[in-house]
Design a protein. Structure first.
Length: 87
């Protein structure tokens, strides 16, 4: 958990709360996508169509995006002295 700066000593309580809320949301989203990928795999085995293959690729892309997601909360980290990211 050392890579999660919002869980480190010295982080502001608001940032700790936001960090954990974000981690829980991402965990739930990833689990949902893993279930959907299983459904897509089953569908492809039953019907190896281009549509079902595209479904698998789409779910895999969304799973990859979840892995690289950072907190997208306005002002996230400012209470802990983290520099504001520019978009």
């Amino acid at each position: 958990m050392m890579a999660v700066w919002g869980a480190q000593p010295g982080a502001a309580m608001e940032d700790v709360s936001a960090t954990w809320a974000q981690l829980i949301a991402l965990h739930r989203k990833a689990n949902s996508l893993l279930r959907e990928r299983t459904e897509a795999d089953v569908a492809f085995r039953q019907d190896p169509s281009e549509a079902n293959f595209a479904w698998i690729k789409d779910v895999n892309a969304r799973l990859a995006a979840v892995g690289g997601t950072e907190a997208l909360i306005e002002g996230f980290g400012e209470m802990s002295g983290r520099a504001k990211k520019s978009m």
